[in-house]
Design a protein around this ligand. Structure first.
Ligand SMILES: Nc1ncnc2c1ncn2[C@@H]1O[C@H](COP(=O)(O)OP(=O)(O)OP(=O)(O)O)[C@@H](O)[C@H]1O
Ligand SMILES: Nc1nc2c(ncn2[C@@H]2O[C@H](COP(=O)(O)O)[C@@H](O)[C@H]2O)c(=O)[nH]1
Length: 225
């Protein structure tokens, strides 16, 4: 689906925020488990305006500290299968032996209203969203500085059993092999630096000409003699 700059009839050009109205984007963060995408996502949500999290559904158990409906919609496998059958997902995939999916609800409305939507999904989901909405999608892959550090982070997080951590470490290299399917790649050595880089990517992508739907009117008014 291609989106180009188009006129917005209701725009009040004396107000720059109206004139520069833009379409929202789908901002995807992926990484091997434990590299830090949830940490970066939480910072973006806390510090950057006009971005909302896409809350996935999953069949995996809730971790300590997670909140149903905020971190995930925690559902049974039967409920997940029903949602697949009812075509309620934008994309879904099996990850680490569990089911994960992005519910469709509200996303299109948010994008039209100029609200960005943040996705913490794996490479399979990223490919599906890119195939469906290429022009709206920005793909960012987060790399750990090393596999030893990745393991330290998974252990240090203290939310998963040794067995779960071993399974995620065993998948890490396969996950990393998808780095070249992304628009941007950032190494998360230091949280502050990584967050700043991801925020810069988001701000630059917001300025893309094709996303600024009010530009034609704005420039026409600007150059009227
Ligand atoms: N740059 C960093 N330096 C040190 N620790 C970090 C860094 N970034 C994140 N962490 C820590 O590493 C752990 C894993 O981070 P996080 O949960 O954000 O990873 P994730 O990629 O979302 O993992 P998952 O895919 O399993 O949900 C957390 O305890 C987090 O505080
Ligand atoms: N394709 C999708 N992948 C998803 C979705 N929600 C999360 N994920 C990815 O799953 C793994 C594991 O997540 P965790 O919270 O159990 O550690 C991670 O790579 C997430 O990005 C989704 O809706 N679709």
């Amino acid at each position: 689906m291609a989106h180009d700059a188009s006129s917005s009839p209701a725009a009040d050009l004396s107000r720059p925020s109206d004139a520069l109205h833009r379409r929202g984007l789908m901002f995807i963060l992926s990484s091997p488990s434990g590299a830090g995408k949830t940490t970066i996502a939480r910072r973006l949500l806390a510090e950057v305006p006009d971005i909302a999290m896409s809350v996935s559904a999953t069949t995996r158990p809730m971790r300590p500290g997670e909140v149903d409906g905020k971190d995930y919609h925690f559902v049974s496998q039967d409920e997940f299968d029903r949602m697949v059958e009812a075509n309620e997902f934008y994309e879904w995939a099996h990850v680490f032996g569990k089911s994960y999916g992005t519910p469709k609800a509200h996303i299109r409305t948010q994008l039209k209203a100029g609200q960005d939507v943040l996705f913490d999904i794996d490479w399979q989901g990223t490919q599906q969203l890119y195939q469906k909405a290429q022009a709206d999608v920005v793909r960012v892959f987060i790399l750990p500085p090393s596999l030893a550090e990745l393991n330290r982070r998974l252990v240090g997080r203290g939310t998963d059993s040794a067995e779960v951590i071993a399974a995620r470490m065993a998948r890490a290299q396969a996950e990393i092999s998808h780095w070249d399917g992304y628009d941007y790649v950032v190494v998360n050595d230091d949280v502050e630096t990584c967050f700043a880089k991801v925020q810069q990517i988001l701000e630059a992508e917001r300025m893309r000409r094709t996303r600024q739907t009010g530009l034609i009117d704005f420039v026409r008014e600007l150059t009227r003699s």
